[in-house]
Each structure stands twice: as C-alpha cells, then as structure tokens.
Design a protein around this ligand. Structure first.
Ligand code: ZN
Length: 412
C-alpha cells in the first residue's frame, strides 16, 4: 500500500523534528537523514521498530515529549519479562477517543445505545478506550470490566444494554450462559464489538446466533493508541484502518519485504499524529492482508484489512509443515459435526513429533469417530500432515476471560 500525498505530508512534518523530540529515534536513526525520505520506496528502507526496542526503552525512554506533557501511561501485558510503557499526551488521548467514536459510528451506534463494556480497566488500554469512545459518541457507557458473570447478566437485563464489547471468548461464555439460563428474551443486545483476538468464522456465527447480534471486529494494540484504530463497517467484514492516524504496510515476516496488496503478511504500522510515543514502522506481529478494491460503504479513504488471521509468533512447524491457528480453524469450520472450540497439543514422543487436535462435538460413539476421521482427512488435505483428531463433549475445553491459548507446543 503506497503512502498517500496526505500521509506523506504528515510523515514529512513529523520527520522534521522527530530526532530532536525523541532520544529513542535520534539513536535509532543516527545514520539516517530523514529529509532524504521522499518516496514510499525510501520510507521502506527505514529500519523497523520492534517490541523488543520498546522493552529496552523501559520505563519512559520512548517518550518524545517533556514529562510535563504526559497525561497518562498505558502498558502492554509483558508475558516475557519487562513490560512496554507507552506515554500519552492530552492530544493522544483525545485522538484515541475520536478514532474510537468513529469505530462506533461505523458499526451503526448512536447516542441512544447502552454500551456494556467487559474488557478490563487499568494499565492496559482496552476498557478505557471503549469507554472514551462511547462518551465521545454520546452513548451510555456501562463500565463493567471482566468477570462476575451473574452481575454482568443482571446489569445487562436491568439497564437494557444494546451493545456488548468483549473478547470473543468472553462473548461466547456470556452467550452460553444466557442460553443456559433461558433469559435470551430479556436481553436487548443488538450489536457486539469484539476486539483483540483472532477468531474463527464458526465461533463468530455461534456468538452472533446465540446472542442474536450483529458482530463487528475492532482492531488496535496498546503500542498504537489501543483498540480503535479500525473496525469493519456495516457493508463488509474487512476492517477500515484510519488513514489519517496510521499508515499501514503488510510485509513478509521472514524477509521484511513488502508484499503485494491482497497477500497475507505481517501488519506494520506508522503513527501519523502521535505525540507521546510516535512509532515508525512498528512490527505488530499480527497477520492480515490488505483487501483490495472499493468498499460499498464508500469510505475508500480508509484502506481495509482482513480479520486478523494469526500472530507471526503463533506459527508452529510440525514435520516440516508451517501452520497458523487460522488454518486450523478453517479445518474445524469445514468439518461437519465439529463445534468451534478446539485445542492443539504438539508433543515429541518416541522420536517423533505428534499433533493432537481436540475439538468439541455433540456426537458420540461411532458418529464421533466418523467426525474424527473426517477432520483428520480435511486437515491433511488443507495443511499437509495428519493429526490425531479427538472429539470431546461440548463444554469440556477451557473457556477463559482473556485471550484463549489454543496451541500448546510441549516439545521444548
Ligand atoms: Zn466499508
């Protein structure tokens, strides 16, 4: 995706002073004269910024403003060691709210809506972003945070929540509880805004059907504002990414080279307006592709990407075959009788790697065995190796409030 003239004007403007404002980029770009960057090709020669760089800058080394300009920090969950801290100026906080309110508008929300917010509040960016955008739009925020399912369902009924904001796994958990308690006719939800996680089509359909809602995917990451830098519109499932705030590239995760529009690769983002922590060519490790062509909603100023298909670090190699969770989900989706929940165990036993795929199914006995055989055949055809497929009863695999880990590599 080429940089537009408007985006280039914003990039050139921030490059004029970037090295003066940011000790981090002064060091990173020490040997580069940023006034030389005149074309998309020039821009693509700039080195990437990776999460590791941000970790090294802990706590506030990434700041590009004096400390008195910082009004808030957020932090991304550090699963390994030092977390990453991102400072925000007032403009950054306001810009995030503007983008988030735009997301809600694209999803068709109005000030009449009552927005039930279940993502967590605190150091990470989720809950507060959903709330800021909601208030900016003028809708009613119901700031639940995660957990306490009884209270969630009570408030949902008493306040008449019309929009549910959640991770896909928590939305599924709530949908199942609503079904179990037989209270669906007391629930007024009409839309679900689901963030922060890659999820399969089958799970999407289950949540949509069980809750009776239209679903929207919201995109974002703590390093770049948080959730809210893009969402799908009412016309299509691809997500528009706000081109006045970020420039998006898709690169081959192995070589770092740009891939043609339409091909899957790693999302790389450059902020165009961020003051507290501007990021240039930040590697997200999320996999997606630019969706070419025009969207029938008419908002073609904001390019579109597909639903996130995986993480570059989720890729596993078994018997020399690379696979991503999205491919495994596709197999599940094609298998008649398999439900959306699954778990993969990769082990090394007796000198050989094995991949066991557990999936939930309503079938039992011989019927279950048939589904297992069918799933193994589809897996072999689509991915190129034969797994051990094991069907388990619905509800046996773990559901969680946060991101659900589905692939467990026990080989190392
Ligand atoms: Zn659209």
């Amino acid at each position: 995706m080429d940089i537009t003239a408007e985006q280039f004007a914003m990039i050139r403007k921030q490059f004029e002073t970037l090295k003066d404002r940011s000790p981090f980029y002064a060091k990173k770009f020490a040997d580069i004269d940023l006034t030389d960057i005149k074309t998309t090709e020039d821009f693509r020669k700039l080195p990437f910024t990776d999460k590791g760089d941000l970790r090294e800058a802990y706590p506030l080394g990434i700041a590009a403003v004096p400390p008195e300009k910082i009004v808030r920090i957020h932090s991304s969950s550090g699963t390994t060691g030092t977390p990453v801290i991102i400072p925000y100026t007032q403009k950054d906080v306001d810009d995030w709210a503007i983008q988030f309110a735009r997301c809600y508008e694209y999803a068709g929300l109005t000030p009449e809506d009552r927005v039930h917010i279940t993502p967590g509040y605190g150091l990470w960016t989720a809950g507060i972003g959903f709330q800021l955008g909601c208030e900016r739009l003028g809708a009613m925020a119901i700031p639940m945070g995660p957990g306490n399912t009884d209270k969630q369902l009570q408030m949902m009924q008493d306040l008449g929540s019309t929009v549910l904001c959640a991770t896909s796994s928590y939305a599924l958990l709530l949908a199942e509880e609503i079904e179990k308690r037989g209270i669906r006719d007391k629930i007024k939800l009409r839309k679900g805004i689901i963030g922060s996680e890659r999820w399969g089509e089958k799970m999407r359909r289950r949540i949509a059907n069980e809750l009776g809602v239209e679903l929207y995917d919201i995109y974002g990451l703590t390093e770049i504002y948080g959730p809210g830098i893009g969402i799908n519109c009412q016309a299509d499932s691809a997500m528009h990414i706000w081109s006045d705030y970020v420039y998006i590239e898709i690169v081959d995760p192995a070589t770092g080279e740009s891939v043609p529009d339409g091909e899957v690769g790693e999302i790389v983002l450059t902020t165009l307006q961020k003051e507290g922590a501007p990021l240039i060519r930040f590697r997200t490790h999320d996999l997606s592709r630019i969706v070419p062509g025009e969207c029938s909603c008419g908002h073609n100023e904001h390019p579109r990407i597909d639903i996130i298909t995986g993480r570059t670090d989720d890729m596993v190699k078994v018997h020399g075959v690379n696979m991503f969770p999205a491919q495994i989900e596709e197999v599940i989706q094609f298998t008649d009788g398999a439900s959306s929940e699954y778990q993969v165990m990769i082990d090394h036993m007796m000198g050989k790697d094995t991949l066991t795929l557990f999936f939930e199914t309503e079938r039992t006995g011989e019927e279950k065995e048939k589904v297992e055989q069918e799933l193994a055949l589809i897996f072999k055809a689509k991915i190129g190796m034969t797994p051990i497929a094991k069907g388990v009863a619905i509800g046996e695999l773990p559901r969680s409030l946060k991101k659900t880990q589905r692939i467990f590599d026990n080989r190392y």
